[in-house]
Design a protein around this ligand. Structure first.
Ligand code: ADP
Ligand code: ASP
Ligand code: MG
Length: 411
């Protein structure tokens, strides 16, 4: 007998039949003698639709208006709330006792950062009390509450964070992440047709892959899983195949040089020109942007003959609204000028074996060159190499890099 936390993503609870299928899995795990907690996402593309609706409402006099973040979170938490109640009903209809909770009801306390809140604590007693009564406990993913009682959300894909946080506080034996693919693949199987399912991957590699575009798991959730050593099993909700285990590194795993490739589309390069070249300027610029809680990447600084600097970096399209105000303020304070270039993408390879193998970067650059793809910028870490490229060549880039390292072949 163990404790299992299962999470069903939007596509796995997209309609009544799928909700019943997910419910059956929870009941089955319970019948096998386990205590079961189920985390659910909003049905299908509900969160996207709610965001679109907000965009439609947020037009005034023909001008777009950025919705207040608090109200955005008030809106988005409703998606998951629908699914928890329906899931509890489905489980009850199948003859098993169940009870649903919102984030607030299980005291999932977060900080105040609307739309990107961080989990601070969870009241596990309420959950344990229900589990001890033999019930399946259903929890709304992606949402929490501040100590002041404000609703917050945990960032897109945030139900993964709820899954792992519950796994950690309840000391679950396993976190099962049910989705619409058989596990983690060597690249997004929607783009690379010969991508191969991986049996095991390390937390570090998965963190990089998620951060570099493998949206199947949220980076923050994997980071949390690593910290608390929570094993995650990513599986398909439509079949019983063994999925991918995300685990701590073992010796054997180092032999694999490149584990996977990832792609991020919709990047924007922000260029700030005519920046005075003096100590502390980068700290001022990036301090201001960090305060807007935006992750920047691929930073380049060039110093011109006239002793001014040009600083450029990339952000995700979705983050542009958040930093625009900071950039505008900076340019007026510094007498600098900003420009924004859209339509960039980033293709990356990840593998812990890169620490000990050479020639990896060269092979990646050659594959892109052979496909006539221009590399605009390169960033590396111990276990990843990323290249900024034109968005129009993004899918091809992912495919050629995947092929160059023969990722379709098992080793
Ligand atoms: P869910 O609704 O279950 O949260 P998501 O749509 O968030 O599902 O994530 C699953 C999708 O992630 C897959 O359909 C797949 O297209 C995409 N994906 C991107 N990279 C990978 C990868 N390396 N392995 C598996 N899936 C990936
Ligand atoms: N419903 C939220 C989203 O679409 C959270 C999640 O599915 O994980 O981002
Ligand atoms: Mg998801």
């Amino acid at each position: 007998m163990g404790l299992i936390v299962q999470k069903f993503g939007g596509t796995s609870v997209g309609d009544a039949e799928k909700i019943h299928r997910a419910a059956r899995r929870a009941v089955q795990a319970c019948d096998e003698g386990n205590q079961v907690v189920v985390v659910v996402s909003a049905m299908g593309h509900t969160t996207d639709h709610l965001i679109e609706l907000a965009d439609q409402v947020c037009q005034h006099g023909g001008k777009p208006y950025t919705p207040p973040k608090r109200e955005m979170d008030q809106l988005l938490v409703t998606g998951e709330q629908v699914t928890i109640a329906l899931m509890a009903m489905a489980i009850s209809a199948q003859g098993h006792e169940a009870i649903s909770f919102t984030g607030g009801q299980i005291g999932l306390i977060t900080d105040q950062s609307f739309s990107k809140a961080r989990i601070q604590s969870i009241d596990k007693q309420r959950i344990f009390k229900q589990l001890e009564q033999g019930k399946i406990v259903i929890v709304a993913g992606f949402q929490g509450i501040t100590p002041e009682g404000e609703y917050t959300t945990l960032g897109r894909g945030g139900s993964n964070a709820t899954l792992v946080a519950l796994g950690a506080v309840l000391k679950a034996d396993v976190c099962e992440n049910y989705t619409d693919v058989d596990g983690i693949y060597t690249a997004d199987p929607r783009i690379v047709k010969n991508a191969r399912k991986i049996d095991q991957i390390t937390y570090d590699e998965m963190m990089e892959l998620s951060g570099l575009g493998a949206s199947v798991l949220q980076t923050r959730a994997v980071e949390f899983a690593k910290k608390y050593n929570v094993p995650i099993h990513v599986r398909n909700s439509q079949n019983d195949h063994e999925g991918t285990w995300i685990v701590a590194e073992t010796r054997k795993m180092e032999d694999i040089v490149v584990s996977g490739a990832a792609l991020k589309k919709d990047l924007i390069r922000v260029t700030i020109k005519d920046v005075p070249d003096r100590p502390g300027i980068a700290a001022t610029i990036f301090g201001k942007i960090a305060a807007a809680k935006v992750v920047v990447d691929d930073i380049i600084q060039n110093v011109m003959m006239d002793k001014t600097a040009t600083i450029s970096f990339t952000v995700e399209r979705g983050d542009l609204a958040d930093i625009r105000a900071s950039v505008d303020q900076l340019t007026s304070e510094l007498g600098a000028h900003a420009s924004f270039q859209a339509d960039l993408a980033k293709v990356s390879i990840v593998g812990i074996g890169m620490r000990t193998h050479t020639g990896v970067a060269e092979r990646m650059f050659q594959a892109l060159a052979d496909a006539k793809i221009n590399i605009q910028n390169i960033t590396t870490s111990e276990i990843k190499i990323s290249c900024i490229i034109d968005k129009g060549q993004a899918d091809t880039a992912l495919q050629v890099v995947h092929d160059a390292f023969k990722l379709d072949k098992a080793r």
